[in-house]
Ligand binder design. Structure first.
Ligand SMILES: *Cc1c(COP(=O)(O)O)cnc(C)c1O
Length: 214
């Protein structure tokens, strides 16, 4: 079940200045998004283009909402995602970033981009590894129509909270080293550790909306 406005306020009050809340609404009804927006929430995350498009149509009167793509991005979905979303948190390879740049130029868009980084080997997750990202760095920053804002990471599920915090700090340090402001990290089960580690965007789903339907 969706949290009420008092519970929402408690979470918001807990967030230090500079930490933004992304409400990940995948699997939840557009009515829940509307309700949460009535508490003042403006940033919403979706992980599938096909699911996001009809919701955006239902919420078309709420012009102030900002949409964030957080799912694995397939090549053939890039144009749709560039057209529909303001932020992409899950750019996990150079060819994908180059494609986003090319299509963004064609669509006259400049999406805000997070590069997804993998700090530990994790066969379940995509992402740049550090060395690879450093090697491609000059290439990455030369791409047109890309507003590179930061790094995104998801810890391997096997890590405990202390290990997660260390991984989040490593992400923060790497972002600082690259001169990037934002770190998108922390979900319902580890958002406090992510804030301690230096997150600027936490991505909460079930904590706000309750259990997912699908
Ligand atoms: C679903 C999802 C979330 C939210 O997860 P919860 O555990 O429900 O908070 C955050 N980030 C990404 C990338 C997701 O896919």
């Amino acid at each position: 079940m969706l949290i009420d406005s008092n519970e929402f306020k408690i979470i918001k009050d807990y967030l230090p200045i500079g930490v933004n809340l992304l409400a990940v609404s995948k699997g939840h009804h557009h009515k829940s998004i509307r309700k949460l927006s009535s508490y003042g929430q403006l940033d919403f995350g979706e992980s599938r283009l096909q699911e996001a498009i009809p919701k955006k149509i239902d919420l078309n009167d709420l012009k102030q909402l900002r949409w964030h793509f957080v799912g694995r991005l397939q090549k053939n979905k890039v144009r749709g995602v560039v057209k529909e979303f303001d932020f992409i948190h899950s750019v996990d390879s150079l060819p994908l970033l180059e494609r986003i740049s090319r299509i963004s130029q064609e669509e006259q868009k400049t999406p805000n981009i997070f590069l997804q980084v993998k700090f530990q080997n994790d066969p379940h997750k995509g992402g740049f590894i550090k060395q690879e990202l450093m090697k491609s760095w000059s290439n990455i920053i030369s791409l047109e129509n890309i507003n590179l804002v930061g790094l995104m990471t998801i810890p391997p599920i096997a890590l405990n909270l202390y290990q997660r915090k260390d991984l989040f700090s490593e992400c923060r340090n790497f972002a600082n080293y690259l001169g990037l402001k934002d770190c998108s990290m922390g979900m319902s089960n580890d958002w406090q550790e992510a804030i301690e580690g230096g997150a600027t965007w936490i991505r909460l789903g079930s904590l706000l909306f309750g259990k997912r339907q699908a």
